[in-house]
Each structure stands twice: as C-alpha cells, then as structure tokens.
Design a protein around this ligand. Sequence first.
Ligand SMILES: Cc1cc2nc3c(=O)[nH]c(=O)nc-3n(C[C@H](O)[C@H](O)[C@H](O)COP(=O)(O)OP(=O)(O)OC[C@H]3O[C@@H](n4cnc5c(N)ncnc54)[C@H](O)[C@@H]3O)c2cc1C
Length: 575
Amino acid sequence: MTTAMVEKYKAFHRLLNKTSRTLVDRRFRQQGQCARGGSAASGLDHRPDAVVEQRVSYLGCPKRGLWTSARASLPSLVDGGFARDYPMNRCRSFGSVAGEIQRSSKFATLNSDDVAHFKEILGERNVVQDERLEAANSDWMHKYVGSSRILLLPKSTDEVSRILKYCNSRCLAVVPQGGNTGLVGGSVPVFDEVIINMALMKQVISFDKISGILVCEAGCILEDLISFLDNQGFVMPLDLGAKGSCQIGGNVATNAGGLRLIRYGSLHGNVLGLEVVLANGDVLDMLGTLRKDNTGYDLKHLFIGSEGSLGIITKVSILTPPKLSSVNIAFLACQDYLSCQKLLLEAKRSLGEILSAFEFMDSVAMDVVLNNLDGVRNPLAPTAHNFYVLIETTGTEESYDKEKLEKFLVGSMESGLISDGVLAQDINQASAFWRLREGVPESLQRAGAVYKYDLSLPVEKMYDLVVEMRARLGESVKVVGYGHLGDGNLHLNISAPKYDDAILAQIEPFVYEWTSNHRGSISAEHGVGLMKANKIFYSKSPEAVQLMASIKKLVDPKTILNPYKVLPHSLMSYS
Ligand SMILES: Cc1cc2nc3c(=O)[nH]c(=O)nc-3n(C[C@H](O)[C@H](O)[C@H](O)COP(=O)(O)OP(=O)(O)OC[C@H]3O[C@@H](n4cnc5c(N)ncnc54)[C@H](O)[C@@H]3O)c2cc1C
C-alpha cells in the first residue's frame, strides 16, 4: 500500500468515526431556544464600528448568524441636531464607473423647504441630518461613498408614498436603502440623493401556519424573520451571510440568492406578493398570498431584482417551508476542482431531495479566513488541501438521512473524490463549519481592499477563471474563488492591500469578457447597482436592455429612483 493510500484510508476511517450523530442538538430543540443572538432589531440599531459577535444560529434558530461587521453598518438611532456639510458632488467609488459619471443637473438640490416638508410627513425624529448620515452614505465595503444631506425613516406605506410624491414633484433624486449590505454600490447615493431607509417598517403582519405564508413589512431584518419562523416551526427559504443586517425588502429588491437556493429555489418562486410604492407616490397593491394567479402579467416579478430602480417595496408576502428536524453537515476536502464537480454530481444523485447546501471555497479563501477571523480553525488535518466543500442535508428521517449521507461519503472517499472530511456532531461544530464558509466576505474585508465579482458560469468552466486571473495578476494580490457551487455561482474576489486603478485595469474588462465568452452572467446574485450599470451588455442583449430602459421610463419618467444604477447611462437621460 502506498503512503497516499494509507493516508486516504486513515482519513476515511476518521470520517466514518464521525458519522454517527446527526447535527441538530436535541437539547437545543427541546428547549426551543430561539431567542435573538444579536442586539439589533433594525438595520439602524447598531453599535458603530463594532463587529458584533452573535450567538451561532442554525437552521431557523438565530445561532448561526454571521459575526459580520455588516451588523454594525449604521450607527444607532439617536436624535441629532446638526447638518454636516457634505460636498454635494462627492462621488467616490472604486468600481467600474469610478470617475465616469457626473451629477445630473436635472435633479433638484435639497433646500430648507424640502427638509421642513419631510419633517411634516415624518416628524422631526425620523428626518436625519446628523453624523448618522456618514454611515448611510457609505456601503459595507466603504467602496462607494455618496454625499446625501438627508436620511428619511418612514414608518408606513403612506409615509413612503407621500415622500415619493413630493420628491417626484420636486425632481429630487432618491436612493432606497435596506440594511445597506449590498455589494455593488446600489444602496448608497452616488451624489446627493435623498436616502429612504426602510428600517422602521419592521412589523410581521401575518403568518398562516397552514400554508406557511408570511406577510411582513419590507424593513424586517432577515435574521429576525428566521427567528420568528423558527418559533412557528418553519424556515425562511432564504439565508445569507449578511442576515443580521439585510432586510427582506432589500433581499427582494436584489433577488438575493444565498445558501438555500439549491434547495428552495429563487425569490421569484417564493415571493407570492408585494406592495410597492411607485416614483409618483402611487401604491401598487400586489400583496397576494395565492400560489396560483394567472390573471395577466405577473407584475411583482418586475420588482424582484429591480434594485430600487422601479419602486420602493413596502410589504412582502413569502411562502415558507416547514422546518425539518434532521440536519447534517459535512466539511470535506478535495484535491482538485474536477473532484469538486464530480462530488456535486454525486451528491445530487445520491442525496437527492435531502441536499440543502453545497458550498465550496479554495485554499486561498480558507487561508484568508484563518488569518483574519478570530476563533476559527480548520477542522481537517493540516495537510495541504486545495478545495473545501461544505455539504448540508435536511430531511425528516434521522436514520434514513444519516444512512444516505454515510453511504455517499464512503462512496466518495473510496472513489477518491474526497481526500479528507468531518461530519459535525453538534450544533457548535455545525456553526463552526458554516462560519468558515460564511466568514469569507468578512475576512476579505478585513484583509484590505477587495475587488468582488459574482458570476454565474457553467460549473465545469467556473474555476478556470480563477486560475487565469491568478496568472494575470501575479503574486502581489490574492485571487480567491468560493461560492455556491451547487448553483453555478462563483465569487471571484481579488484581495489587495489597497484599491488601485492599475489593478482594476488588469481585472476589467477581462473578467466581463471572459464571462460573456463563456455565456455566463456578470451578476449571479448581487445585482448590477452602480458597479455594473454600464457593463450590463456583457450579459443581456441590446433589445432586452432597451426594453428594461423603456419600462424604467414608463414607471419612473423623471428617473428619480436610484439614478445612475442598473441601466447603462447611455440609455438614460441623466445629463
Ligand atoms: C457578508 C455578506 C454576505 C452576503 N452574502 C450574500 C449571498 O449569499 N447572496 C446574495 O444574494 N447576496 C449576498 N450579499 C449581498 C447583500 O447582502 C444582498 O444583496 C442583500 O439582499 C441586500 O439586502 P439589504 O437589505 O442590505 O439591501 P441594501 O444593501 O440596502 O440595498 C440593496 C439594493 O436594493 C435596493 N433596496 C433596498 N431596500 C429596498 C426596498 N425596500 N425597496 C426597493 N429597493 C430596495 C437598494 O436601493 C439597493 O439597490 C452579502 C453581503 C454581505 C455583506
């Protein structure tokens, strides 16, 4: 027997020894502990600059929450009295459009009458002109910085409607904002747009325990909804690393994908209805709770993924599946990318309906996590592994699920697809494994400047781009590949000590051309925002983009809603 084979069999037995328990800790379930781990109840109720460590949450219980600094994206709500003098034309961005755009002169500039009017609608307290503006003007990565002089916090649909009606009549540009965790510069002003943050609209309106249909306001934090549903014995069909801060309205506006898409599908399938306020203040009631409704065009789909460019989402109705009790997580190592692909195919084949996540990260991503996050460790033996895969199964039959998973793992080990692996034995291990994968964006953020690309590509080609990018950029930067392998979604991240136009010129347009040549999408889930507004043609035909622009002009003729974003500037009259 060769040394390699001995090592393989050792790893195999180590794995087998660990397959004897399922994850969901019974103690935990019996106690039904689903109290919030974090402190914040809204996107604005955060401690400034703090990285708030939360209790780990797992499937519905909020203990697997990311320890993300996204939690701390905006300071707490306190009354403030002074207006900071932001330079109105400030627009700092390190994305694709850096330096390319000018403020449109067609938009009015905020004056004291406007402020007085907003105070009349919202009251003094919810018209913010103090230091909290700084956080609202800057995105999670501190990559896009606007210069808005006002942040509005409506508490009802009627208030949103009155604000928009007024802004439209005055031609004041507006940026809708949720948890401000977006990664493409969509959630912050480019120049001096009025910021409308939905954090105070955070009520659960109804939950039907028979159908699993949840109706809530757009400002509900995703993690709060996960906790709420857990208490009801249901799960949110959506989960992502920024859950502690992002809002359901923001999720719908970006058509967020995340960690459960492989199992539950996209929000286009799960969102049953929306209430939206249009630019002129009209309230569009599409808040249906029906699974079937074929009365003409299904307009809600226009707003799912519209990134605040067509209207402000104020209420959401969403179909949620029942919580299942048997959950297992395996953290595995593969020697090469081909093995990861084969493992995915095998997992789909062997695990079938119980497969609920298939995530991957390369060894560079793992190093960045281990070097930048506190309290994490690689659960596998410290041999050099090139790729790591996290597999989660969720089902109803503990013994059946376990048997299925064990058979799959043993088969994969024997056929050499897996070089090492562990199965979480309790909730803490499960959280620790998820923490490694979910911690990648946060650790990259801590490591310095990050150039982020979120691409849909054929799975077999996906990692070639990482390899080519590494060869192109050399040793001075770290090129990291990770993502939702099960959905063909690569997060290509380039980590550098600081933002540098020379690096950007090496990356773009190469990354977009490569993706387009492989018939991929330049935005799998993060959206277009400001970053890719002028790059949309890499993924959409001119005819499709033209139709999008026509729809935009129809519903928002003055283009006050999130200007400069989503659509190419050549098609919009911003000058
Ligand atoms: C650590 C981390 C992990 C992430 N992981 C994922 C992931 O796995 N999958 C994924 O898809 N994304 C991910 N993201 C990106 C981001 O969290 C999602 O895009 C999320 O859906 C944004 O929600 P938000 O409330 O923060 O919206 P914001 O960031 O505030 O806004 C995003 C866009 O939506 C618009 N918008 C917000 N609220 C509304 C509203 N009520 N009505 C109309 N328009 C609105 C804004 O104008 C903006 O264009 C991650 C981000 C971070 C920081």
